[in-house]
Design a protein around this ligand. Sequence first.
Ligand SMILES: [Zn+2]
Length: 229
Amino acid sequence: MHVDPAVGDADGKGWYTDLATGKRYNGWYIATNFAEQYSLGIHPAEDWNGNGGGNTDLGQDVHAVANGKVVYAADAGRLWGNIVIIEHTFYENQERKEIRSLYAHLHEIKVRKGDDVARRQIIATVGQDPDKLYNAHLHLELRWDKSLTPTYWPSSNGKDQAWVREHYTSPTDFIKAHQTPKGLWRLEYAWALVLTKRVIHRCIKLCVSLIKYFFVRGSVQFMYSRIYG
Ligand SMILES: [Zn+2]
């Protein structure tokens, strides 16, 4: 399975335009990391923010991190706001695995429960929590545990960091481990490398043959001249 960042381009980078002011900003950063202890307990997610700060990223596209099926798309109320959850099924070491990506504080939801979505498909836009306690950002979770309710919060259930690391995973680490090779050029590059290797191999073979030929011919001529010359 190939996995890409949920905001920005396929590398999680690139320019975006603040929809309110028309100003352009470059790139995104993670304000609160995975498994970080912060004001609300242990953060089982990454908070992705536009580098422009404040609400400059309000309304920016949120992409599905991988192919999957939407299992939840609704307003989950206080603190969370709109949530989309996508279930991804994939095989790794001949083992069937399932992981869920959760996107919260969404401004606008663009998919429905039951939809099949493709990696990089726009599923929503970046928003704020309903009470606007925090600036616009994308709260992105990756959950191994399918049994968790949409608004499940480990710290409210007495869970520690070890538990969080077991039932969730770090989005950045998971994306890095499964990132899509960028574009067709990688395939072309691989082919070019194979072809170059073949050409070099043939050149070496030809050179060796020529050296052998001239060496043998030279030796024979030398011996001939010694014997009959
Ligand atoms: Zn968060």
